[in-house]
Design a protein around this ligand. Structure first.
Ligand code: FE2
Ligand code: FE2
Length: 251
């Protein structure tokens, strides 16, 4: 017991023990009864009373291996997707703004939102020590090529690219939100509490999903559906997005 306490103390000091980390293995989940049992002699009775009252309160259920893997791959694929989104807009902006200067504020607005999403997932993967996708260099080249290529094809093609990407990404975020809410529902039915951190994550995913769908609306308002041939362009890009999501969740 004392060696476990020393290890926990060392990891806290060295910053290796994330106290509020929903992806921390169950071994390191904070257990107040274990950590405070030898605190002070005189506090023993108070601790017993507090332990009894804690027993009445709902507790967190440790994540299963599958749930940890789901959350890790969700953060990994979201970070990769947002990186790709910033690169698409970075590559699209110069040809688009050259040909259509009135689109500058819209392009800047969408880029800034994507940069905000990328910051969010960069922080989350660092906080939860999730490995980024190994396919980073591949997505970087493909996203830049897709952004530049569609912008050179014209305003409608660039907007069709946004329409296709955001359709897939909106669906992807919705699936993650649904899976998390189902997980929460099950925990609550079993008498466990969900915790603020995971609730915050769902709030973040909802906000980002709404901003992606806003980009989709902007694209349609700016003639995405007039791209020629719209069905081919959006079909190929949407299939590419689904493939990239599938691969980034795993690699
Ligand atoms: Fe985004
Ligand atoms: Fe977006």
């Amino acid at each position: 017991m004392s060696s476990t306490r020393s290890l926990m103390r060392f990891m806290r000091r060295s910053g290796q023990l994330p106290v509020h980390d929903f992806l921390a293995p169950a071994l390191f989940a904070p257990n107040r009864r274990c950590l405070s049992s030898t605190a002070q002699k005189g506090a023993a009775q108070a601790q017993d009373a507090s332990a009894n009252s804690n027993a009445q309160k709902p507790k967190r259920k440790p994540l299963t291996k599958e749930q940890r893997e789901f959350l890790s791959s969700a953060l990994r694929v979201n970070q990769a997707g947002e990186l790709a989104a910033t690169l698409i807009y970075t590559a699209q902006t110069p040809p688009m703004v050259n040909a259509h200067p009135h689109l500058r504020p819209l392009m800047r607005h969408m880029y800034e939102q994507e940069a905000g999403h990328l910051d969010t997932f960069n922080s989350l993967i660092a906080k939860h020590r999730v490995r980024p996708t190994a396919l980073y260099p591949v997505w970087s080249v493909l996203a830049t090529g897709l952004g530049w290529g569609t912008a050179v094809l014209g305003r409608e093609a660039a907007m069709a690219c946004t329409e296709a990407v955001e359709t897939e990404i909106g669906t992807h975020y919705n699936e993650q939100i649904r899976a998390l809410l189902e997980m929460f529902q099950q925990w609550e039915a079993e008498g466990y509490e969900v915790g603020d951190e995971l609730r915050e994550l769902v709030g973040t995913l909802r906000r980002i999903r709404d901003e992606e769908l806003e980009h989709l609306d902007h694209a349609v308002e700016h003639d995405a559906r007039k791209a020629e041939p719209h069905w081919l362009l959006t079909g190929v890009i949407r299939a590419g997005c689904r493939g990239a999501i599938w691969a980034s969740e795993r690699i």
